[in-house]
Design a protein around this ligand. Structure first.
Ligand SMILES: C[S@@+](CC[C@H](N)C(=O)[O-])C[C@H]1O[C@@H](n2cnc3c(N)ncnc32)[C@H](O)[C@@H]1O
Length: 222
């Protein structure tokens, strides 16, 4: 959590300058969330980019946003306070690591997450807990970073990212090195492995609905 705590104030700027099609990805994720959801869980809210969108999409819902970095949660709370949406959604935040967060069975209509679940090393048991925590027919929708199955494809995606990162006004070489050193702590899956993992714990209606380079949006029903 130290990495995110340390970069929290710079995170929004880094995301805009360092993540190709970041806004499009968030939009694609929200597009595949259900029309109605009364109880929503967001994992890894960061500074609240998805939290604000979910809160606008589900007026009247109960939305709990969880993140392990206190500094990120503070910024998400601030962002929500400043958002120009009608604040009828009951949004609460919890500073907690996903691995330690209590997931009660059949509680949520929607579990959503963006760019956060690659921090989980052993995904199968975690996805199984998410499946159990969803109401029957509830939806798991998430965007995340992948790895490619073939080394030369990984190289194409990596070079695509570097090209974006090195555009004028995007990342400095120091910021690129900072991100690269953090990548070693992350646990990426290939796209087919993500689908297999979801299926193995009982999800149905599994799909990848958007992809650009190594970024993808998935949806699965409990
Ligand atoms: C790359 S940011 C994504 C933030 C936001 N969802 C977005 O789309 O911009 C990843 C977030 O996940 C949180 N995080 C990473 N690993 C975590 C873990 N094991 N438990 C809880 N939060 C975690 C970090 O603190 C960070 O805020």
């Amino acid at each position: 959590m130290e990495f995110f705590g340390a970069i929290a104030e710079r995170y929004d700027s880094l995301a805009q300058r360092g993540m190709p099609r970041y806004g499009e990805m968030l939009g694609a994720l929200v597009d595949v969330t259900p029309d109605r959801a009364a109880v929503v869980l967001e994992l890894g809210c960061g500074t609240g980019a998805l939290t604000v969108r979910l809160s606008a999409r589900y007026p009247g819902a109960k939305l709990l946003a969880v993140d392990g970095a206190r500094e990120m949660v503070a910024l998400a709370q601030k962002r929500l306070r400043q958002a120009t949406i009608r604040r009828t959604t009951d949004v609460s935040f919890e500073v907690r690591r996903f691995e330690e967060f209590e997931l009660r069975p059949q509680t949520y209509d929607l579990i959503a997450s963006n760019m956060s679940l690659h921090h989980i090393e052993d995904k199968a048991p975690f996805y199984a807990r998410l499946h159990t925590a969803l109401k029957p027919g509830g939806l798991f929708a998430f965007g995340d970073e992948l790895t490619a199955a073939l080394p030369h494809v990984e190289e194409v995606h990596w070079n695509g990212w570097l090209e974006f990162a090195r555009q004028p006004d995007h990342l400095t070489e120091r910021e690129i090195s900072e991100i690269i050193s953090h990548v070693e702590e992350e646990h990426y899956e290939t796209l087919p492995d993500q689908l297999t993992l979801l299926k193995s714990v009982g999800f149905v209606g599994i799909d990848c609905t958007w992809r650009y380079l190594n970024y993808a949006v998935f949806v699965a029903s409990a």
